[in-house]
Each structure stands twice: as structure tokens, then as C-alpha cells.
Write a protein that binds this ligand. Structure first.
Ligand code: GLN
Length: 462
């Protein structure tokens, strides 16, 4: 039984009282206030949900697979009737008219929503510092960033406020915070989980992704969340997952095994030793162009960002910045509604899509994306999974990289390739004495269950 299943079972058996569980979680959330994890705590609705669940239990009615489990969502999920800010000035007064599919599925299983968590505005970022509400701090050491952009969700689980949280991962936004905060994060195959009701960042790589205490909990959640959604045309029903039935063969990504901070390098070598001692085959695998993935990602994602954010004009969407003619209204709205990083990406994206530069940047990046997908396919002919650290460094200091966007982008070096290839990628916390280090496990598309089983096995290796 997974941790989440256990909470639900104890709730059904009357051993856990939902209102008490929720009150304790809200108390922890209040005690963690200096970490700035939440954009909004939904105290009344959480307590209301708990009371409703208790009434149904008392009447002997059936309850869901997550009965009484408290959780949080990143504040870029729409939840009908509540504010969804995406941590940007544009949406501070935006009330969601409907609920995101994934959130609906979780709520239908009777999990209890505690609140909305902080993020980099519109999910653009790597440290949760680019938020209108100010940075979230890392529960392991408040002088450090929790990683981003789902920093609030990872911090909520790391601070033990709730056993799971939902985030989104477009280029690493769940894997990196999971790695920096020492919790488990999982980006599924693109399209396995519906994006409906998520504030769009880059539509071709956006993935709803859970943050949990263990791979088993993530597998439990993924089974609940997965499946075709008529409201998101890129979704599909998960078919049967390959079962290995032999000792796994894993490849170490050669290009990602250099330039590591010593603590990260040591933790990575130590887990490889344990894997080898368990009899797994370990080989070095080269993906020759993976070093270009970061440039490719920032061209393509900026292009998609510039298109997705064009709807925010103060007229159709978002807070109106001023009065006057069309240009004055749209100009002032966009000047005040976005954070600096959002504007940087809109400008970059508009540039790479503009006539005269389109072939040189956008089209080249698309070709490179195809090349990277092929290199992954070739690598997966010989190995079941590819391994690397999630990040070359442990969590960095708050403010350390804010003045230098390129340095910030470099933190995404190892996570973006899996996003471009649409493959599942896990971030498993490694046993370390110092700051958390995450192991990235990448497997072929539509092998999400296998990926999570491997993560569980690696986590249990002596
Ligand atoms: N850090 C990456 C970026 O800023 C990833 C963001 C994300 O996954 N939402 O683009």
C-alpha cells in the first residue's frame, strides 16, 4: 500500500478524521508562513470539504481513492470560483470559470485542497523568485531557492504540509524543485495527463506533474490522473506498460557527467555503484547533440510563450492597465501585467518567429528537436533508462542568479531535453548528508509505469 492509499484507507476505517487532518495541515501551513509557499490558503473551503467527507462517511456512502488526503496545487491550475493568478499582476483578479481536468479528477477522489502554491509568473523560471508575491524559500535552508517554477508545490511537500502537490513541468519545473527540496517529482509522457484548465506556457511541452514523497505515491496519482480528455486533443489513454522481467539496463548520459558540483558528482557516483552492485547493467551512452537542447528549448518555448501570452491584452484577458485608444490600453496593460522575465520571453519569441529570422532560429530549432528525439530513440534501443543528475548543482542562494538570466537558464541544462522529446522523467532524491541531490530517470514515451517502478527500485537499493 502506498502512503496515499494508506491515508485513504485509514480515513475510510475511521482512524483518521478529515477535519482534524486538515486542521493540522493548515496549522503547519501557518507555521511555514515565512517560507512564502502559498499564494492563497483555502481555509474555509478545505474545512468545508473535510466536513462534507465526514458526513458522507457517517452515512456509510462510498468515498474516493484519495479520501481525506490533503494536497496543494500550483497557482496556474484553474479551480472554479477561486482566483488563479499564475503569480502575475495580470491575473490578480482573475476568477476561474471552470476547474482544470486534473484537479477535478483529484477532487472527485475526495482529496482535500489546502491552497494554491507560489510559482514563477506564468511558470517562467527556475527558482520561484520571478513571482509577483515574492520568492518562496527552500524548507531545507531558507537562504536557498526551492527551485522553480513549481517551487511552492515542492516546498509544501518538503515542509510536510501535505503528502502530495500538483505542479506543471514544461522544461523541468517539477523535477528541479523536487531535486532542490529533496522530494520526488515526476514529469509524465507528454499528453498522458490533460492540460485543460492550466495557464498555458509552452503548449508542446507543458505537462501536469505530481510532487510526492515517493515514486509509489506518484504512480498511484498518475493512474488516477491519466487518460484521454476530450477537452485536450493531445491526450491519450495509457496502454499496457512494458514489464521488464529481467535486470534493468541503464545508460549514463555521457554529456551530462561532466562539470558537476562535487557533491552532485559524489551522490551520482554513489547511486551508480549501488545500481551496479545490484547487478544492473550500466553503460555510458552518448546523445551527441544533447548539449544543444537548452538553446533549442529556449527558442521553441519562447516562441510558444509569445503566442500563448498574446491573449493577455487587458481587453479579452487580464487586468486593464489604463484608458485611451487600443494602443494605449493594450500597451499599458502588457507593460504592467507581466513580470520582467515574461517580457524577455515574449520579445525573444516574437523575434525568432519574425519574418527574416524564422528560418534561422525557429525552424532550425524544430529540426534540432527532431534530431534530439531520434537520438533518444537510438539510445533507448540499448538501454531501458537513461540516468543523469537533475541539475549540475544543489539548490542555489536566493538572489544568486536573478541578475543574470543566462545563468538562470543554465540550471535547466539537464531537464529540458526530456521535455522536448516528450518522454517521462523522474526526479528521485538521493541519500546524501548535505543538501538534496536528485537523480533523473528518463525512459521512452509511454513507459511511465516502468519509469516509476525503476525509480522505486533504485530508491530501495541497499
Ligand atoms: N526553468 C524552465 C524555464 O524557465 C522550465 C519552466 C517550466 O518547466 N515551467 O523555462
Amino acid at each position: 500500500m502506498t502512503g496515499l492509499e494508506q491515508i485513504a484507507a485509514q480515513t475510510k476505517a475511521g482512524q483518521l478524521k478529515p477535519s482534524q487532518v486538515v486542521r493540522e495541515a493548515l496549522d503547519k501551513a501557518a507555521a511555514c508562513e515565512p517560507l512564502n509557499i502559498f499564494t492563497e490558503v483555502l481555509t474555509d473551503s478545505a474545512l468545508g470539504q473535510a466536513r462534507d467527507l465526514e458526513d458522507r462517511l457517517a452515512r456509510g456512502e462510498p468515498v474516493g481513492k484519495l479520501a481525506g488526503v490533503p494536497f496543494c496545487v500550483k497557482d496556474n491550475f484553474l479551480y472554479r470560483g477561486t482566483t488563479t493568478t499564475a503569480a502575475a499582476p495580470f491575473l490578480l483578479d482573475f476568477t476561474a470559470p471552470y476547474t482544470a481536468t486534473c484537479l477535478k479528477k483529484i477532487l472527485a477522489e475526495d482529496a482535500i485542497l489546502l491552497g494554491k502554491t507560489n510559482l514563477d509568473a506564468f511558470a517562467h523560471g527556475t527558482s520561484t523568485e520571478n513571482s509577483y508575491f515574492g520568492p518562496t524559500k527552500n524548507p531545507r535552508d531558507p537562504s536557498l531557492t526551492p527551485g522553480g517554477s513549481s517551487g511552492g508545490s515542492a516546498a509544501a511537500v518538503a515542509a510536510d504540509i501535505c503528502p502530495f502537490a500538483l505542479g506543471t513541468d514544461t522544461g523541468g519545473s517539477v523535477r528541479l524543485p523536487a531535486s532542490f527540496c529533496g522530494v520526488f517529482g515526476f514529469k509524465p509522457t507528454y499528453g498522458l495527463l490533460s492540460r485543460y484548465g492550466i495557464v498555458a506556457m509552452a503548449s508542446s511541452t507543458d505537462c501536469v506533474s505530481p510532487v510526492t514523497r515517493s515514486p509509489a505515491d506518484a504512480a498511484y496519482l498518475t493512474r488516477i490522473l491519466a487518460g484521454a480528455d476530450p477537452l485536450d486533443g493531445t491526450t491519450f489513454d495509457a496502454g499496457p506498460d512494458p514489464v521488464l522481467g529481467r535486470t534493468p539496463k541503464v545508460g549514463v548520459v555521457k554529456e551530462f557527467n561532466t562539470g558537476l558540483q562535487p557533491e552532485v558528482g559524489r551522490a551520482f557516483e554513489a547511486v551508480l555503484d549501488r545500481i551496479k552492485s545490484a547487478g544492473w547493467q550500466v553503460s555510458e551512452v552518448s546523445l551527441p547533440d544533447i548539449g544543444l537542447a537548452l538553446a533549442c528549448y529556449y527558442v521553441l518555448v519562447s516562441a510558444e510563450v509569445s503566442s500563448n501570452l498574446s491573449r493577455y491584452d487587458g481587453l479579452r484577458y487580464g487586468a486593464r492597465g489604463g484608458e485611451g485608444d487600443w494602443e494605449a490600453v493594450v500597451g499599458s496593460s502588457r507593460a504592467g501585467g507581466f513580470m520582467a522575465e515574461n517580457k524577455r520571453r515574449i520579445m525573444l519569441g516574437t523575434y525568432v518567429l519574425s519574418q527574416g529570422y524564422y528560418e534561422a532560429y525557429y525552424q532550425q530549432a524544430q529540426k534540432l528537436r527532431t534530431l534530439l528525439i531520434r537520438q533518444f530513440e537510438t539510445a533507448f534501443r540499448d538501454v531501458d533508462a537513461l540516468l543523469s543528475p537533475v541539475s549540475p548543482t544543489t539548490a542555489f542562494k536566493l538572489g544568486e542568479k536573478t541578475a543574470d538570466p543566462l545563468q538562470m537558464y543554465m540550471a535547466d541544462l539537464m531537464t529540458v531535453a526530456a521535455s522536448l522529446a516528450g518522454i517521462p522523467a523522474a526526479s528521485l532524491p538521493l541519500p546524501v548528508s548535505g543538501l538534496p541531490v536528485g537523480l533523473q530517470i528518463m525512459t521512452p514515451q509511454k513507459t511511465d509505469g516502468m519509469n516509476l517502478r525503476l525509480a522505486e527500485e533504485v530508491g530501495k537499493l541497499p
